[in-house]
Design a protein around this ligand. Structure first.
Ligand code: COA
Length: 575
């Protein structure tokens, strides 16, 4: 089938639906919902059999939905309507929620239902929930709806509030008036719910020391206590704030934009608060201690038998210079442990999205900060590439992009959750890229595919990644199931009689590769290109980065995601 995705952004869910539909043999195109005429032109060009809207914040014009079947993904159970479904679900502490695929009609979210899938609401931020449980339910719902549509026999179920399984309702926009935290009255559970329902957009508007900020990232703290509402500690860029009956960690803040003032964007909380944060006690926690506690820490380390697990979780998957350095130190310590397998990666969500574009944007000298950041990234990758005596494994429970994906493929083995979306390219940010990708990517997929992946700049699903050799193993299920699967695979690998042979072989080919072309040369060549990207004024990187960080809406659908228009007349006969 020819399926056109109309979406407000080519975000992770749209990318996931894109990869899943392509892998089932459909011809998939994308048109961003940048306006009614853009959508009309996209439909006329692509001539779809079916239109799917995985993420849409505006209505589809009537002349499109009256001529084509348009399936809208709504992040709520049957009967739920309105623009803030997930916000309400998290705010009210729903334990189960759903995704419904419904047909576009005149009334928003009120069309006939093609599929509805339930999921369990995990205790996490809205965007993390969206990239995990919501995405899984949405993909299941879309695939079912597409199959039903393709059968030509399925009749979608009209929305009928008298039906017992239609439990949702129309709810209003979830504005700041619902989100406001009363630090004296709200208990920790309420504060967490409010913060999580607003994460990552729009954040909870609040005051700190007389200034207004949007608060982001909320994690409970088990030991620190203080006067309700006061900031009591800092750690790894986050600040800890006391509640009535406990404390929470806030990882990122965004200063409220003043009228006519500069654009503001999310940054590590301590960077935004400056001196105020510096005055707070730095309460560090070692990775192996953090693993056993209910507190915020970017790094956790634990061992099970012969296997070490170094978990990292960077907000937005972005890794600043400091974050890279902290992870490198933790990596070196983990690599020195007497284990035979070292597994790297967060328990859930993003593996990594590469260098921290927001921190770079905020730096006094963004070019210099980009340079420091990529060098810190390269130091980390080099440490992984040169590890001897143990097998390193990257476990991708979630998505990875650009340098963040190249970081993953530095490990000896890459294990990937079937739901992960991988973006093995830097082109869209105007960068050549480093992280030793010119060594690792062709070695995995071959020169030809490496060129295709990095220039085509399309997302790759786990199944395709496995076929290409970009990853070595794929595990299905939820993030928790993938974690358990990884544990079993790692234990098996550590206990396998072939392990010693694998280690010997690893050392041999590293030495052989080094003799052909030293790692230092790859780095030097990549960084020479990156230096130009960062420091030459005509390069597009600084503009592209600023647009990304400032969330500038594109003016047209990028050509590389539009897909092939339908060939007509004599064109169709050629080739
Ligand atoms: N630096 C800073 N912030 C980043 C980031 C980075 N490298 N990568 C992602 N983010 C932020 C996004 O701005 C977004 O912020 P928000 O929560 O305020 O909206 C958040 O992380 C989640 O990313 P989002 O784009 O919504 O996720 P997605 O899964 O829909 O899309 C990508 C994922 C990877 C396609 C997209 O985030 C991207 O292109 N990232 C940049 C990758 C890159 O070029 N890295 C630098 C070169 S190494």
């Amino acid at each position: 089938m020819r399926i056109l995705l109309i979406a407000s952004a080519f975000n992770s869910l749209t990318q996931r639906v894109h990869t899943e539909l392509r892998s089932r043999g459909h011809v998939v195109g994308v048109e961003l919902a940048l306006g009614e005429d853009v959508m009309r032109a996209g439909v006329a060009r692509f001539e779809p059999d079916l239109i799917v809207a995985p993420m849409l914040t505006r209505a589809i014009p009537e002349d499109i939905w009256s001529r084509h079947t348009v399936l809208i993904v709504h992040p709520g159970p049957k009967g739920d309507r309105g623009p803030s479904s997930l916000d309400w679900a998290i705010h009210e502490g729903a334990e189960e929620w759903g995704v419904t695929v419904l047909q576009a009609v005149a009334e928003m979210d009120a069309g006939p239902i093609w599929a509805s899938v339930a999921f369990t609401v995990e205790p996490c931020g809205k965007s993390e929930l969206y990239r995990n449980e919501v995405a899984a339910a949405a993909v299941e719902g879309v695939l079912l709806a597409v199959e039903r549509f393709g059968s030509g026999r399925y009749r979608p179920e009209p929305l009928d509030y008298d039906r017992e399984d239609v439990r949702g309702r129309l709810r209003p926009y979830h504005g700041q008036e619902h989100r406001r935290i009363d630090w004296q009255a709200d208990d920790t559970a309420t504060v967490l719910r409010k913060l999580r329902s607003a994460d990552s957009q729009p954040g909870v508007l609040d005051e700190i020391d007389g200034r207004e900020y949007f608060l982001h990232g909320a994690h409970p703290e088990d030991e620190l206590r203080g006067k309700a509402g006061e900031l009591i500690a800092r750690r790894e860029g986050a600040v800890c704030r006391a509640t009535r009956d406990g404390a929470v960690w806030l990882t990122q803040l965004r200063a409220r934009r003043t009228p006519g003032g500069p654009v503001t964007y999310k940054l590590p909380a301590t960077l935004v608060l400056g001196e105020l944060a510096e005055a707070l006690p730095e309460v560090s926690v070692k990775p192996f201690v953090a693993a056993g506690r209910q507190t915020w820490s970017e790094l956790r380390y634990r061992e099970e038998g012969e296997v070490g697990y170094l978990e990292f979780a960077f907000p937005s998957g972005a890794m600043s210079t400091e974050q890279c350095r902290r992870l490198t130190a933790a990596y070196r310590a983990a690599a020195d442990r007497p284990t035979s397998v070292l597994v790297l990666g967060p328990a859930r969500d993003f593996f990594s999205n590469g260098i921290h574009l927001n921190v770079i944007e905020a730096a006094e000298d963004p070019a210099q900060e980009s340079w420091e950041n990529i060098n810190a990234m390269d130091d980390l990758v080099e440490a992984i590439l040169t590890t001897t005596g143990k097998v390193t494994v990257s476990a991708l429970a979630g998505n990875a992009a650009a340098g963040g994906l190249m970081l993953a493929i530095a490990a000896d083995e890459v294990w990937c959750r079937s739901a992960a979306v991988l973006n093995p390219h830097y082109r869209l940010m105007g960068l050549y890229g480093s992280e030793y990708w010119t060594y690792t990517l062709p070695r995995r997929v071959g020169e030809e595919q490496a060129r295709r992946l990095t220039t085509e700049a399309l997302p790759v699903g786990a199944a395709e990644a496995l076929r290409l050799g970009l990853v070595d193993r794929v595990g299905g299920g939820s993030a928790a199931e993938f974690r358990e699967w990884t544990r079993r695979q790692a234990a098996e690998l550590a206990g396998s009689p072939e392990l010693a042979g694998k280690l010997l072989e690893k050392q041999r080919w590293r030495e052989a590769d080094e003799a052909v072309k030293p790692l230092a040369r790859y780095r030097e060549e990549e960084l020479a290109r990156m230096r130009r990207n960062f420091f030459e004024p005509e390069e597009p990187y600084h503009r592209l980065r600023q647009e990304f960080v400032h969330k500038v809406c594109p003016t047209a659908t990028p050509e590389h995601i539009r897909g092939e228009g339908k060939l007509v007349g004599s064109e169709a006969g050629r080739g």
